[in-house]
Design a binder for this molecule. Structure first.
Ligand code: HEM
Length: 767
């Protein structure tokens, strides 16, 4: 790998993988969905036979000098080639999205497990053999287009299904509830959370007075606040987030029977997050971290996958729920209505060009297809207006004609004109009814076309909010009570961080008093951290009740994860000249398990191993990388290598930082001395046994031909853990099946993602 900068390495790893993958794609036609074919028709690929032209097709002979009156000057206005280039350039930007401006997207497909025709006639849910093309954009909310990826924020999860009956957009978030109950409050919410208007500070975060002023005065936001102060808002990867439709929608079957539904995306890799300090540092060190992670995984053929789940509620049962199903600040616990997983989405192709695809994509919760309808949720109702309205402004009247937004099924209607109209409709009649056009296009029949579900409507016009929307604290408490002590600690830490950035003491106090209605202990500890008055008595009892269940383990990331795969995890391997054979042994095992081993060294050139017979060109240098890039760290043995590492402060700082960020760390043979040198206060291997303490795996006498005992030949390990996505393959088993015990233990620890019981110990390490 030639490119050694932390930015460039991602690109070079991705590019190498991309070339391999593209060969396969071309050969097999992988990803050749109807949408892919449609996009290919307008795609342009330059090659040796193409000539540079103006935008009106005139061949250009020079782009280096404008036309001038004499060599020294002035430039002539008649230089139409100059004007063509410059005038287009001057208009290259369009307004960024008013929210969710920063995002990345990918193409893929969705496939249902079995027909859901009893529930809905929606096209993607009928035939398990059918692949419906999708385009998915994952985003942050607060920051502008160029802001950092790993800031604390909700993540948008917008999916466009290109179905045979038109586009369906499921425009969700990675949190199942929202700040507000009625769309009319949305402009206030966004004004409050965006950078403050007088100085445009801060970028990409809600840690400022305006936001906390607003939400502390808006009790309905409390439940959402608990979620955004949890680890959900600092995800390790876009591939590791949930997606939620948030609102209640309707599924309608061919007989016109409607049921309420909530949509859930569940990542196959599990839900995983950063440690807060890690997220902060990554925002500075690699602001494109999540974007690159998504891009690279697809280029390397490790396709992100999510299962789609539904919670279905008979309309007649909805009134029996202990809250209003139309209230978007409420979540239906799985204990009350289980989630049925109905299909899987795979993202298998990156966009060819960011602007025409990702930037010009328009998602809209009102892009519905027959079989899916909206509910009366007043937040959703307002969104139905907002998204088309903003699309007309941001992208233009004919946004639906742009390739990325165009349906794969035919479009026929009487819409004409407007900026940037593409379609040329033949014929004279652009109205309905008509006889001059033979009455065309014909109206669809009720069984073919979209029929709005005839939901009954009653009552007087009013701007009052229903009483059934008035409980703002019970589910906030349920959420908090469902957390592990570790997660509760993180929520307290997040509130403390954010509110300590609020300079108005009254706002801090008000927020503490609000939280006293959720959990007294939380409010008291937060008050202490913020230097405001702690509430004397709890207000929980008078503010909350149990709405169905007191706790829902599914809400806790730690309790609900499966921990059965290390696919896609990055493992940093610290090598210096003279490293031992455990490097190749581990790399084989990690690769076979779907993880990505990446080597680091002091310099960029090839690093020889202890035998002198082979070399590794490191993926990174210590100075151009950081521990925050990796999920786990490995220090191999080899006397010379370890002696050099013990002198290398940037490498040592990285390893200590990885320890503080609760990452799995393995050190073997002489490499164990690095752990000892760092005073990490963990037990390390003293003899030829494997020691695991606080997620630090140490072993001596391992590897081929090193200080002792056997070890395993490099290739064998690879075979032993291949397919480590299944549970059995990551279970401990000594040397059974050819995998060295220390590797098995390391892989198991990586699969847990973080070593939570190290947290207190790690907080004592000074770096
Ligand atoms: C009344 C409440 C809301 C309003 C008025 C609103 C409005 C908007 C607007 C104007 C955009 C920018 C769209 C564009 O320029 O293309 C947007 C983007 C987005 N909104 Fe909302 N939003 C609301 C609530 C929500 C909720 C509850 C969710 C999640 C369920 C959500 C998810 C998203 C997502 C994912 C995007 C980014 C779409 C993309 O990737 O292009 N919004 N929203």
């Amino acid at each position: 790998m030639a490119d050694l900068s932390s930015q460039g390495i991602g690109r070079s790893v991705a590019n190498a993988a991309a070339h391999a993958v593209q060969g396969v794609k071309g050969a097999l036609g992988v990803g050749m969905t109807a949408k892919r074919q449609q996009l290919n028709e307008i795609a342009v690929q330059d090659n040796a036979n193409t000539t540079l032209t103006t935008s009106s097709g005139v061949p250009i002979t020079t782009v280096d000098d404008s036309l001038k009156a004499g060599e020294r000057g002035p430039t002539l206005i008649e230089d139409f080639q100059f004007r063509d280039r410059m005038a287009h350039f001057d208009r290259e930007r369009i307004p960024e999205r008013v929210v969710h401006a920063r995002g990345s997207a990918a193409h893929g497909y969705f496939q249902v497990y079995e027909s859901l025709s009893d529930l809905t006639r929606a096209a993607p849910f009928q035939d398990p053999s059918k692949k419906t093309p999708v385009f998915v954009r994952l985003s942050t909310v607060q920051g502008s287009k160029g802001s950092a990826d790993t800031v604390r924020d909700v993540r948008g999860f917008a999916t466009k299904f290109y179905t045979d009956e038109g586009n369906w957009d499921l425009v969700g978030n990675n949190i199942p509830v929202f700040f507000i109950q009625d769309a009319v409050k949305f402009p206030d919410l966004v004004h409050a959370l965006k950078p403050e208007p007088h100085n445009e500070i801060p970028q990409g975060q809600t840690a400022h007075d305006n936001f906390w002023d607003f939400v502390s005065l808006l009790p309905e936001s409390t439940h959402m606040l608990m979620w955004i102060m949890s680890d959900r808002t600092i995800p390790r990867s876009f591939r590791m987030i949930n997606g939620f439709g948030v609102h209640t929608f309707r599924l309608v079957n061919a007989n016109g029977v409607s049921r309420f539904v909530k949509f859930h995306w569940r990542p196959v890799l599990g839900v995983h997050s950063f440690i807060w300090d890690e997220a902060l540092k990554t925002a500075g060190r690699d602001p494109d971290y999540l974007r690159r992670d998504l891009w690279m995984s697809i280029e390397m053929g490790d396709f992100p996958e999510w299962e789609l789940g539904i919670q279905v509620i008979e309309e007649s049962e909805a009134d029996k729920l202990p809250f209003d199903i139309l209230d978007a600040t409420k979540y239906i616990p799985e204990e009350i209505v289980p989630i049925r997983y109905i299909g899987k989405m795979t993202l298998n192709r990156n966009p060819d060009e960011f602007f025409p695809e990702t930037e010009q994509a328009v998602f809209h919760p009102g892009h519905l297809i027959p079989g899916i309808d909206v509910s009366e949720d007043p937040l959703l109702q307002g969104r139905l207006f907002s998204y088309t309205d903003t699309a007309f402004h941001r992208v233009g009247t004919n946004f639906n004609e742009l390739p990325i937004n165009r349906p794969v099924c035919p479009v026929h209607n009487h819409q004409r004109g407007g900026f940037m109209r593409h379609t040329i409709v033949k014929g004279q009649a652009n109205y309905h009814p008509n006889s001059l056009g033979g009455g065309c296009p014909a109206l669809a029949s009720a069984s073919n076309g979209y029929v709005h579900y005839p939901a009954p409507v009653s009552g007087r016009k009013t701007s009052n909010r229903p009483g059934s929307f008035s409980d703002h604290f019970s589910q906030a408490r349920m959420f908090y009570n469902s957390m592990t002590e570790t997660e509760k600690g993180h929520i307290l830490g997040a509130f403390s961080f954010e509110l300590s950035k609020v300079s108005t003491i009254g706002i801090r106090q008000r927020m503490v008093d609000v939280l006293n209605k959720v959990d007294h202990d939380l409010a008291v500890k937060l008050a202490d951290n913020l230097g405001v008055k702690a509430p004397e008595t709890s207000e929980v009892e008078s503010s909350t009740k149990v709405l169905g269940v007191a706790q829902s383990p599914a809400l806790s990331i730690i309790k609900s994860n499966k921990y059965d795969t290390i696919r896609g995890r990055m493992v940093g391997i610290y090598i210096m000249p003279g490293y031992d054979s455990t490097v190749s042994e581990l790399m084989g095992a990690l690769t076979a398990a779907g993880a990505v081993p990446l080597t680091l060294s002091a310099k960029g050139g090839p690093v020889p191993d202890a035998s002198g017979s082979s070399t590794t060109t490191p993926s990174f240098t210590f100075s151009a990388s950081s521990s925050t890039q990796f999920d786990a760290l490995f220090i191999p043995g080899g006397r010379k290598s370890v002696d050099a590492l013990l002198e290398n402060v940037p490498a040592l700082v990285q390893i200590a930082e990885g320890f503080k960020h609760l990452k799995a760390i393995a050190a073997v043979n002489e490499g164990v001395e690095v752990v000892q040198r760092l005073n990490l206060m963990v037990k390390t291997a003293e003899d030829n046994s494997v020691t695991v303490d606080y997620g630090v795996i140490t072993a001596k006498g391992v590897g081929t031909g090193m200080n002792g005992k056997l070890g395993k030949a490099a290739g064998m390990a690879a075979g032993a853990v291949s397919g480590a996505t299944s549970k059995a393959s990551i279970q401990p088993g000594g040397n059974a099946g050819g995998t060295s015990e220390w590797i098995t233990k390391f892989i198991e620890t990586i699969a847990k993602h973080k070593v939570w019981d190290r947290e207190e110990l790690a907080s004592k390490i000074v770096i």
